[in-house]
Ligand binder design. Structure first.
Ligand code: NAD
Length: 417
């Protein structure tokens, strides 16, 4: 099968779906890889490296004309959709539950849409294809680096001839994949780390990485399906909020990662809680998107500095800001999936098999994934901000969040619109 790797064209997207080192396994399985010239430049993967690994470099028109399968990071833009042809497979983070209309368009074009964010994550044999985890891991790391950069003090305890620096107090809210990596990174930088989640099993996971688990007097177990959290009731939310506010006030750095599949991210840090934080404190809202965030004051893609001098970052598409690592891991995930979906060098979709059934969204001119089909038929709740939406970052340009004058007397700093 001819696998095509186009250049990502969403602004700010620096990842590439396959890196040269990932090509060997595909070629061994009988696949040929063609790469758009310059596809890897955002992550410093040059055409020569792809050629050295056995790929053919082609122009974009030839790529879409020749490839039987297109592998991408972001879902296709209208320009890219126009290039697709019937029978062609499109693999990427397609976010079918966020954009079911796109899936309907792809089905109408006869394209086989295969979405990596639909991988059944609790299946151990699917872990090597779990792009959501590989990219969330990167985002959790980078969130701490951004926090450290915005923070005006050391993270570690330092004793020097010029005096002693006390360690930063860092709070991680949400201990999923990104939260665990954020704990590990903040600990490695020397911060004192506390962490909180509504799933009790995260206590031990946080502690094993050196964080102190925050135990609220109001015990909440919001374990939901598939290892995810469920949405809290309004009473639970109020109780959680009151207690969390006290913890947040004593923190130098807060990193929020909380998501609930099918719902808007829960607000965990209110404006009131931010007002109680010390000047110079930093909050990174990793859950922020156009659907909202974990902090009431975060503005997606922007840096907000409040009147009490708390810096709030709400970066988008963090994985793209670490493009080499993100592309390497993404490429391994996608290569595994391609190998899983092919046999004797050709596409082989066994719809009885669990992973295949989950990731194939459109086929034979129809939307076949039940959840996406239900959304299109209007039989599913429209509010859905489903699982799988987060790490890919539908909207781009995170590295240098834009800034502008704030509403309501808050200030934002930096350059931008
Ligand atoms: P996520 O991005 O959906 O959410 C991040 C975290 O936010 C979760 O830990 C969730 O419990 C927490 N959260 C939600 N509401 C909250 C609230 N009100 N207050 C505090 N925290 C809140 O999660 P994720 O990182 O994608 O993964 C979540 C879990 O999925 C994993 O920890 C794991 O259990 C499971 N998972 C399993 C596998 C596997 O078995 N192979 C792979 C990946 C993930």
């Amino acid at each position: 099968m001819k696998v095509g790797v186009p250049k990502e064209i969403v602004p700010g997207e620096r990842r590439v779906a396959l890196v040269p080192e990932a090509l060997g396994r595909l070629q061994k399985a009988g696949h040929e890889v063609i790469v758009e010239s310059g596809a890897g430049l955002g992550s410093w993967q040059h055409d020569e490296a792809y050629e050295g690994a056995g790929a053919t470099i082609v122009a974009v028109d030839d790529l879409y004309r020749q490839a039987e399968m297109i592998v991408k990071v972001d879902k296709p833009t209208p320009v890219e959709v126009d290039r697709l042809r019937p029978g062609q497979a499109m693999v990427g983070l397609l976010q079918p539950l966020l954009d079911p209309a796109l899936m309907a368009t792809l089905a109408g074009k006869g394209v086989i849409a295969i979405s990596l964010d639909a991988i059944p994550r609790t299946l151990s044999r699917a872990q090597s294809m779990d792009v959501l985890s590989s990219q969330a891991n990167i985002a959790g790391y980078k969130a701490v680096i951004l926090a450290a950069e915005a923070f005006g003090r050391y993270f570690p305890l330092l004793t020097t001839a010029a005096g002693t620096a006390r360690p930063a107090n860092c709070l991680i809210l949400g201990i999923g994949v990104a939260g665990l990596q954020a704990i590990g990174t903040a600990r490695r930088l020397g911060a004192l780390v506390k962490a909180y989640d509504v799933r009790p099993e995260t206590r031990e996971q946080a502690q094993s990485l050196g964080a102190q688990f925050v135990t609220l007097k109001t015990a909440i177990d919001a374990t939901g399906a598939g290892g995810y959290a469920r949405e809290l009731t309004s009473d639970e939310r109020a109780a959680q909020q009151a207690e969390l506010n006290e913890v947040i006030a004593s923190m130098d750095v807060v990193i929020t990662t909380a998501q609930v599949p099918g719902h808007r991210p829960p607000v965990l840090v209110t404006a009131e809680a931010v007002r109680a934080m010390m000047p110079g404190s930093v909050l990174v809202d990793m859950a922020a998107s156009t659907l909202g965030g974990n902090c009431e004051l975060s503005r997606v893609g922007e840096t907000v500095v409040t009147d009490n001098d708390v810096t709030i970052l709400a970066p988008q598409n963090l994985p793209a800001t670490l493009p080499i690592s993100a592309s390497q891991f993404y490429a391994r995930n996608i290569a595994e999936l391609v190998l899983h979906l092919t046999k004797d060098g050709a596409l082989h979709l066994d719809m009885e098999e669990e992973i295949t059934a989950a990731v194939v969204i459109t086929r034979d001119g129809r939307v076949v994934q039940p959840a996406t089909a239900a959304l299109l038929e209007g039989t599913a709740p429209p509010e859905a901000a489903p699982s799988g939406a987060v790490p890919s970052g539908a909207a781009p340009s995170p590295a240098a969040p834009a800034a502008s004058r704030a509403h309501g007397g808050r200030r934002r700093r930096g350059a931008g619109p």
